[in-house]
Every structure is written in structure tokens, then in C-alpha cells.
Write a protein that binds this ligand. Structure first.
Ligand SMILES: [Fe+2]
Length: 508
């Protein structure tokens, strides 16, 4: 860590005196970003290259006051929650939802929201994207966008009219204002999807469930460099990208929710991955609000509607959140939504609960029927096949959602070359629904420390593979063999080692 020279410290305090900085008392012992924060605009939470298609992509960034997140030895806020009716203090436990809770957040002397452990405070400024096809001499550039506190200083640039199957370079720039020089550039890249008729090979990765407290290295998570080595064309995060309701800092208001995103996506391993790979983000319960949350829920001062808004703000997820993307002639991917489309707790008291909802079910059925892709992969934030634990009531493999679950499994059963990939579960498995023969791959949690939830180490009849007590990720590869394309799926440990694989030739 860089030691801050005394003159820089003095400069910092003089700027703080005119109201340019929130980080009172940051010197001495401050992070290296302090020197530069007074004079520049940075991108400490990295960039995300979201929603790639054959002709478009969204580039996300966030303008920050420092070049890097604050180190993990910084202070934490102190949280207390009181029942709004009785005034009684409530215990802060993992998975707790404070329906009637009044949060009180205090900071240690000399600290505030912007100087917390892992924080990457935003700042007003301007940002733009420069991009070109790899090998081209000509850069194109977007207009500058202003970063403002209303959107947590984030900006999203839609790039469209791009050629298919093309690798692009991007350079995302930030500056304090229109008179200032560029003070931060993040270099990255992505590839556009092949056109629907293109006979193209594809590689992709899928992961889920990354909890801040369960990271397996000081820079974040081992799976990110492991996935990068695989050189995927695209990546899917199926949800629980942050855990608002775990650890000592529950996201009981919008500011703390944004802090969860900043401290996670400021990790070097995530920054390095996301600047180089096009991503699809899918939300689940812990990165929307709380464990097993429903529309209409709230925890402290943070509502379900706030959770949807912050999720889109931080990931550039599109609307509607369920979508299908074609990756050439041989692969079509469906990304389902199970959180904002599910029925509310109040509705569930009188009607059979739904998770996808009738509109999404009709869309899924219609688009599957219309697809002529060789392989179809349905990626779901929570399981459709399982098996899951009997006590759970949150997904289509649970009894509580049997009506909609059976309806969906019925029509999936009649699709050839179809595989389901699920996030959410904290163990890895490959299972096959005994009634409909649908195969489901559970990618496992992002780290070994986050593995839990299934204690049986012996497979059940539904299991083709079962691995507990470990994390990892999934990779997939479509190969375009001359006569018969194939799909290989692999489950990996957190360092990239293959623990299970299966190659499926296309059936006609
Ligand atoms: Fe999870």
C-alpha cells in the first residue's frame, strides 16, 4: 500500500475544507486513492459489459472519488434495529427481514459511509466509452454522460449497430468535468454473438452466490481468474451477486445496498473479469432484498421496489428481466426471472403461488417452440428440478410451487437438446427429473466457504452427480463438428479443476 507523503495529506485537507471530500480524517493511514481523489474521477468499481447480442451491448461504469476500493481493514458502520411499534431492539442475524424495523446506522469517529471497509464512494463527473473492432485503427466514441448521485454515479452506454461475431475493444474514460483531462481509463473488450445462421463454436461460464464474508482471497474470489482462463464468449451470474441480509452490515436502506455492490465489484478479481467478458446478470433474493423475498416486502427502510431499482442501476439488466439470446445456429439461451414476477405473500394466501407468472410462462413456451437452435439452455435463478430440501418454499422444485412447476416441466420435457442450468443452491449437482427426464445442472456457490445446505453425501436416484461442501462454477462449450454439433458441460472447482463433465451430441 502506498504511503501518502505529507504534502499530499496537506493538499487533501485543504480540499476537504472547501467541501470537496467526505473522507474526513483519512490521513494518515489512508488508502492510495486518497492522493488522486482530489484531482480526478476514477472507476474503482470497474466496468460491466452487459447484455451482449449479435448487434448490441450495454457498457456500465460508475464514477468514483478513488482509484481503488478502501482496504478491508477500514471501519464498519454500527447497525441497530428497533421494532417501530414496541421500540424493542431486534437481533441482526443472517437471513433476517425487518418488516417493522427502524434502522439506526452510526459510524466510528472520523468515518462515514464513504470511508467504510471496501467502500468506493462515487463522485460527480463525466464518463464516455471509446470502442473499436479489434484490429481496426478507428475508434468510435459515445457522448459524455454526467454521473450523478441519483443513480449512484453510474452510467450505461448502449452500443448498437455492431457487426456479429466480432471482438471489440473498449476504453471507458472518466474525468471530473468538461474542462478537465481524462483521469481514468478502463480498457476492456467483448465479443458480439454470432448471427442466428452462423455455424459457430461458443464458450460460456455460469456462476452464482458470492458472499462478501465468504471470499476466498484478499482480492475477491478464485473463480474469476479461473473463469477468465477458460476464455468465455459470455458469462452469466444467476443471482445473489451480493448478500444484503448477511454479515454485520445488512442493507437496511438504499445507501447501504449500494455499499454492498461497491465493496463486491471493487475487488480486483471481479474488476479484471468484468472488463473483459460480456455478462448477463440475473437477480435472486439476496441481491434484491432478503432471503426468499417477494414483491411488496421490505426490510428496515429498504423496500422491494428499491431493490429492483438498485439492481438495474448496478447491473444494466434490461426490461423485461426475462430474455432469450441467440448465440449462432447451435445455441439459444433463455434467462428466466423468478423474483419480481412471483406473486406476493398476500396473493399466495388465496391463490396458488406463481414464481415465473403466466406472462413469462407463455413467453417461454412460445419462444421455445419457435427456436430452431441446435441446443437450448434454460438458465434459471432457482431450481426447477432439484431435489431440494422438503422445508424449502422458494422455487419450482418445491411443493409450494407444484402447480406452476409441473406446468413448466411438462412443456420442457418435450423439447429436444434442452438443458436447465440453475443457480441458488450452495452445492453442485446434475439431476434428472424422474417424470419428465429434464436434466438440471446446479453450478454451486462461488467459494468453498459458502457451500452448505445439502448434508447427504450419497446421491439420490435423481442425481447423476452430487458434490457438497465445495464451490465452483460451470462452463459450457458448443463445438461445430462437421456432421454433428456437440455440447459439453463441465462443473469446476473454485480453481478451475473439472469435477464432472458430460458431452452431448445433438439429437435430431
Ligand atoms: Fe445464494
Amino acid at each position: 500500500m502506498t504511503k501518502i507523503p505529507p504534502q499530499a495529506c496537506a493538499r487533501f485537507f485543504s480540499l476537504a475544507a472547501v467541501g470537496l471530500a467526505l473522507l474526513t480524517g483519512a490521513c494518515p493511514g489512508a488508502s492510495p486513492g486518497d492522493i488522486r481523489e482530489a484531482s480526478g474521477a476514477y472507476q474503482a468499481t470497474g466496468i460491466k459489459i452487459s447484455e451482449p447480442t449479435a448487434s448490441s451491448v450495454s457498457v456500465w461504469t460508475r464514477v468514483t472519488r478513488r482509484a481503488d476500493r478502501i482496504a478491508d481493514d477500514g471501519p464498519l458502520p454500527v447497525l441497530h434495529v428497533y421494532d417501530r411499534t414496541s421500540g424493542q431492539e431486534l437481533a441482526i442475524k443472517d437471513n433476517a427481514r425487518f418488516v417493522n424495523g427502524r434502522p439506526v446506522v452510526t459510524f466510528a469517529a472520523g468515518s462515514d459511509l464513504g470511508s467504510l471497509r471496501g467502500a468506493a464512494p462515487g463522485t460527480t463527473g463525466q464518463t464516455r466509452v471509446r470502442y473499436r473492432a479489434a484490429g481496426s485503427n478507428t475508434w468510435r466514441e459515445t457522448a459524455w454522460q454526467e454521473a450523478s448521485p441519483e443513480r449512484d454515479f453510474t452510467a450505461v452506454f448502449g452500443l448498437s449497430g455492431l457487426p456479429a461475431s466480432t471482438r471489440f475493444q473498449v476504453a471507458v474514460e472518466a474525468r471530473i468535468n468538461s474542462r478537465a483531462a481524462v483521469s481514468s481509463t478502463v480498457d476492456g473488450g467483448f465479443v458480439t454473438a454470432p448471427a442466428p445462421a452462423a455455424d459457430a463454436g461458443i464458450k460460456f461460464c455460469v456462476m452464482t452466490c458470492q458472499q462478501y464474508e465468504d471470499r476466498d482471497q484478499v482480492d475477491g474470489f478464485n473463480i474469476y481468474p479461473a473463469m477468465l482462463r477458460w476464455q468465455p464468449d459470455f458469462f452469466v451470474n444467476t443471482g445473489d451477486a451480493v448478500y444484503y441480509d448477511h454479515g454485520p452490515v445488512h442493507a437496511l436502506n438504499v445507501d447501504l445496498a449500494r455499499y454492498h455492490w461497491a465493496r463486491m465489484f471493487g475487488f480486483p478479481t471481479l474488476r479484471d473479469f468484468h472488463r473483459q467478458v460480456g455478462s448477463y446478470f440475473m437477480k435472486d433474493d439476496h441481491d434484491t432484498l432478503t432471503d426468499d423475498c417477494h414483491p411488496g416486502d421490505r426490510t428496515g427502510d429498504f423496500t422491494f421496489a428499491d431493490g429492483l431499482r438498485v439492481y438495474r442501476e448496478q447491473t444494466a439488466q434490461g426490461d423485461p428481466p426475462y430474455r432469450t439470446i441467440r448465440w449462432g445456429r447451435h445455441l439459444q439461451v433463455w434467462l428466466l426471472e423468478g423474483r419480481e414476477t412471483r406473486s406476493s405473500r398476500a396473493a399466495d394466501r388465496t391463490n396458488p403461488p406463481v414464481l415465473l407468472g403466466p406472462e413469462q410462462v407463455r413467453w417461454l413456451s412460445r419462444t421455445l417452440a419457435a427456436s430452431d437452435a441446435t441446443f437450448r439452455i434454460v438458465i434459471t435463478p432457482t431450481p426447477m428440478v432439484g431435489p431440494d430440501r422438503d422445508a424449502k418454499f422458494d422455487n419450482l422444485s418445491n411443493r409450494g410451487y407444484a402447480v406452476e412447476g409441473n406446468q413448466v416441466r411438462e412443456f420442457l420435457a418435450h423439447q429436444k437438446n434442452l438443458t436447465v442450468i440453475t443457480g441458488d443452491r450452495h452445492w453442485q449437482y446434475v439431476s434428472q427429473d424422474q417424470a419428465h427426464l429434464i436434466q438440471e445442472w446446479s453450478v454451486g456457490p462461488a467459494s468453498d466457504a459458502h457451500a452448505q445446505g445439502w448434508d447427504e453425501d450419497q446421491p439420490r436416484p435423481d442425481h447423476l452427480f452430487l458434490r457438497i461442501k465445495h464451490g465452483g462454477f460451470l462452463s459450457g462449450e458448443v463445438k461445430t463438428n462437421a456432421t454433428q454439433p456437440s455440447l459439453t458441460l463441465q462443473l469446476h472447482d473454485v480453481n478451475g479443476g473439472v469435477v464432472f463433465e458430460k458431452t452431448q451430441p445433438a439429437t435430431r
